[in-house]
Design a protein around this ligand. Structure first.
Ligand code: AMP
Length: 221
């Protein structure tokens, strides 16, 4: 297994910019992004049994139970994409998930390259998620104030005219999502720090500055 195939975890509270940065790493380095949130949203849209089960938790801003998520990741790991370098965005989110991931990687003689923690203040997060939306076709992310469309009603990237806003991107649900992050997800930070693979970046800056810092901590050219 080459060093390039070592998976990377992007860790941070909701709205920290994990998805945006993962997409950039994917485009520039040919890495594969796996966002558990995206997979779950697609399952909800398709009305699968996974989607039906996950929806209640997602709408409330709560974490979906570990066994469901671990099964989802196990299935994904069987796919050929998982043999290339990949970036995990939104997984793991609990210590049992982190331990299950370790076991899955060990079974495949793989090891994590790094866990990048993106640090952002809670107050800024609420502001960020409240205004965000994305292109329904290509998934490009936008924000009412911080990254508006260059041309009204049209995606900068693929020119589609359809956009989506996440139902859980509202101030009320955000409170529960932030609490889930601080109570259930934050304990994985010392877990990875103890393994010597945790790196931290300041997620408060401009998207380009954050991306430059991520490349630097990951030692990517
Ligand atoms: P995200 O797009 O990463 O913000 O995820 C949206 C929602 O999907 C979360 O609020 C959870 O309900 C659920 N979710 C995504 N990833 C996980 C995970 N690793 N563990 C539990 N729930 C998750």
């Amino acid at each position: 297994m080459s060093a390039a195939a070592e998976p990377i975890i992007l860790l941070g509270p909701p709205g920290a910019g994990k998805g945006t940065q993962a997409r950039r790493l994917e485009e520039h380095y040919g890495l594969v992004q796996l966002s558990t949130g995206d997979v779950l949203r697609a399952a909800v849209k398709a009305g699968t049994s996974l989607g039906r089960e996950a929806k209640t938790y997602m709408d409330a801003g709560k974490l979906v139970p570990d066994d469901l998520i671990i099964r989802l990741i196990e299935e994904w790991m069987q796919k050929s994409e998982a043999k290339k370098g990949f970036i995990l965005d939104g997984f793991p989110r609990t210590v049992p998930q982190a331990k299950a991931l370790d076991a899955m990687l060990q079974k495949r003689s793989m090891k994590l390259k790094a866990v990048v923690e993106m640090k952002v203040d809670d107050k800024a997060l609420i502001e960020r998620v409240s205004g965000r939306f994305s292109c329904a076709k290509c998934g490009e992310g936008f924000h009412d104030s911080f990254k508006p469309l260059k041309k009204t009603g049209e995606c900068d990237k693929c020119h589609s005219k359809e956009f989506v806003r996440r139902p859980d991107d509202n101030a009320e649900t955000m409170k529960t999502r932030l609490e889930a992050y601080h109570v259930q997800t934050a304990p994985i930070i010392p877990y990875y720090r103890d393994q010597g693979i945790l790196v931290q970046v300041d997620g408060m800056g401009e998207m380009d500055a954050v991306y430059a810092e991520i490349k630097s901590v990951l030692k990517l050219a």
